[in-house]
Design a protein around this ligand. Structure first.
Ligand code: SF4
Length: 375
């Protein structure tokens, strides 16, 4: 039987760097984009794939994949269709920046087979958007979402952010309500983290950030507001209407295999963790020398995989099935991590329901510190 595989393609070009972003991305340059997309196709052609895997999702992330010229997109996706066995019900996501969405682009994405758009909205408050260094206004998010729905697909996910400088509970609620009004099928929402070497981190003193207690309240407010509108929380930061959970990310959180192609992409494939060269120049040079963009490749042990499964599985609201865990690793999870689990069960941060170990609601906001005790 074919195993399931998620495919990720990285497009590291943006119109302008956002003030909070530390992902690898550089300004759009037409010549370099062509060289990069040709390199990506070379990597696809040379990827050692046999028909033992069925690709269930394609995810075009970045950077800003909504900047990919149509001819580059079509030839790259055609190559993927030739090379890989694709599931008939494939989920094909493209990340879009509202400023790049036009009628012709939405039509091109539809023709290419894109059936899910993940759009970086972040906020519906123009002052907050400008502090984040986003180039779009709140009105443009709505215009873009409607174009996508009319022309490309109705499966839209919106990214939202809380913890933005100057953000209040009132403005956060307003952003949530405006997002809901656009009827996206899915909402992802993360707390702004000050990452090193970003504009906001370097100018931290000039801004007034919400404190942790307000961020906590914003997080739980979001859960209750989204639940009222039938968005099911299925992961710490992700909410979907029934049958609109992100299949791509869910596959990864369940410990499934994925292949990342392009500069800075990561893979988990055949029990190996693989990392590609992180900048375009070294990625293209590596391709020239060896026909792949790999920087580091490491076989992981069953023990490491087991810890990964716990770290990822607990992110999901359904948690980890104890009998399945035992069947897969021959180990009782409650014995193996008895000390940590008992402590968190006692504190009411973990619970066991229907033979599944999962976070309680109060643990969700501090999940990272709980998870770090399993490493
Ligand atoms: S559009 Fe996305 S990837 Fe590009 S700079 Fe902004 S946050 Fe980073």
């Amino acid at each position: 039987m074919q195993k399931k595989l998620a495919l990720y393609l990285h497009f590291p070009f943006c119109t302008k760097k956002c003030n909070y972003c530390n992902f690898y991305s550089i300004p759009y340059d037409a010549d370099l984009v062509h060289k990069y997309c040709s390199g990506l196709r070379q990597e696809i052609i040379n990827f050692p794939y046999k028909n033992d895997y069925k690709v269930i999702t394609i995810y075009l992330g970045g950077g800003s994949p909504s900047l990919i010229p149509f001819h580059e997109l079509v030839s790259t996706i055609n190559l993927i269709r030739e090379k890989f066995y694709l599931d008939k019900e494939i989920e094909f996501t493209l990340e879009a920046n509202p400023i790049h969405v036009s009628e012709s682009k939405a039509e091109n994405w539809r023709i290419t087979g894109v059936n899910r758009i993940s759009m970086g909205a972040q906020s519906f408050n123009d002052g907050e958007l400008s502090k984040l260094g986003r180039l779009h206004s709140s009105t443009e998010i709505g215009i873009a979402a409607n174009k996508i729905k009319e022309i490309c697909c109705n499966n839209i996910s919106l990214d939202l952010m809380y913890g933005i400088p100057g953000q209040t509970m009132k403005s956060w609620l307003n952003s949530l309500q405006k997002a809901i009004k656009l009827s996206p099928k899915h909402i992802s929402s993360y707390c702004l983290k000050l990452e090193k070497e970003t504009f906001l981190a370097e100018n931290k003193a000039k801004y007034n950030f919400p404190d942790e207690e307000l961020e906590r309240k914003m997080y739980y407010k979001m859960i209750s507001e989204l639940q009222k509108k039938d968005y099911e929380q299925y992961e710490i930061s992700n909410f979907g209407k029934k049958s609109y959970y992100s299949r791509h990310n869910t596959h990864i959180w369940e410990g499934g295999e994925y292949v990342g192609l392009g500069a800075a992409a990561h893979s988990f494939y055949k029990m190996q963790r693989i990392r590609n060269k992180s900048d375009i120049k070294s990625y293209l040079n590596k391709l020239k020398e060896t026909n792949n963009g790999i920087d580091k490749k490491r076989k992981i042990s069953t023990q490491e995989f087991m810890v990964d499964k716990i770290m990822l599985g607990l992110r999901l609201n359904k948690g980890i099935s104890l009998p399945k865990f035992h069947a897969e690793f021959g180990i009782d999870l409650l014995d193996k991590f008895g000390e940590q689990i008992n402590k968190f069960l006692k504190n009411n941060y973990l619970t066991i329901e229907d033979e599944r170990l999962k976070f309680t609601s109060k643990a969700l906001f501090i999940s990272n510190s709980i998870l770090s005790e399993f490493i």
